[in-house]
Design a protein. Structure first.
Length: 77
């Protein structure tokens, strides 16, 4: 009976660890996806990406960002 209880405890610990990894990874993946989309819009619009900002891209960059946000269902800057 002790072995069964030990296996049950190990299963609970494994499930909790998986939940923690998912909770940490989910926001990171979302941030990386948004940053990649912003960078792609900047480069496609003829701008340069430097220090997390788009330089010299013009209005097509803003339109691209807005279109990407509308596709993903998110609003913001």
């Amino acid at each position: 009976m002790k072995e069964a209880a030990g296996e049950a405890n190990l299963t609970v610990v494994a499930i909790i660890l998986i939940g923690v990894v998912v909770a940490v990874a989910t926001p990171l993946i979302g941030t990386l996806t948004n940053n990649t989309a912003d960078r792609a819009c900047c480069m496609d619009s003829g701008g340069t990406w430097d220090g997390g900002k788009c330089n010299n891209a013009g209005t097509s960059y803003q339109q691209c960002k807005q279109d990407a946000q509308n596709k993903s269902g998110k609003s913001g800057n």
